[in-house]
Ligand binder design. Structure first.
Ligand SMILES: [Cu+2]
Length: 189
């Protein structure tokens, strides 16, 4: 049997079923041609399912062992009168060795962060220089996840705190790159 005859018979079988879906037909033809050197009997080419699109993590420019699922969070418009808001940032040790989280701190006194690892709640931690800021000294095993509950008080700065506000929370390991988590809020009265 010639190659073109095989393709031809494949084509005439496939055509009525998927008329109009020219991309799929093309895929089948290519699959048949690709299969021919391997198997001499041209078995019915089962159309392979399309390869699942690789899901791209929404992680941007994180360089250390600690990686956040989402390192930037947008609160949108929030009201001073409505009080504090919070967001949970999940992260993971994506290296093959344990990471000792030495310090956690925030960029401003209006923002605090509590570390939660397994069943343990550790902290909270605020801005350096505003009250005691003890070391964390918690280890995260390879592939282990934990999260930070970050609380922002939009009223902490009074009227001066109106408008676009950006704050950063940093997790500093004993060695290696820190993990920074940021949020943005538009503070209204
Ligand atoms: Cu502040």
């Amino acid at each position: 049997m010639t190659r073109s005859a095989a393709i031809q018979s494949k084509r005439s079988n496939a055509m009525p079923l998927i008329a109009g879906l020219s991309l799929i037909i093309l895929a089948i033809v290519i699959a048949v041609i690709a299969a021919m050197p391997e198997s001499k009997s041209t078995a019915p080419a089962s159309a392979a399912p399309p390869a699942a699109a690789a899901s791209t993590p929404s992680v941007a420019r994180q360089t250390g062992a600690l990686r956040a699922k989402e390192s930037n969070f947008e609160f949108g418009s929030i009201s001073m009168a409505a009080g504090k808001v919070s967001h949970r940032f999940w992260f993971r040790n994506e290296s093959t060795t344990p990471v000792l989280m030495q310090r956690v701190y925030t960029s401003c006194m209006c923002t605090t962060a509590t570390l939660v690892k397994g069943m343990r709640v550790i902290g909270s931690y605020g801005m350096p220089g505003h009250g005691p800021l003890p070391d964390v000294n918690e280890s995260l095993a390879p592939n282990e996840a934990a999260y930070l509950d970050v609380v922002f008080d939009p009223a902490a700065h009074g009227p001066a705190g109106l408008g676009r506000t950006e704050r950063v929370v940093t997790i500093e390991p004993a060695r290696g790159e820190p993990l920074q988590l940021a949020f943005v809020a538009n503070v209204t009265p």
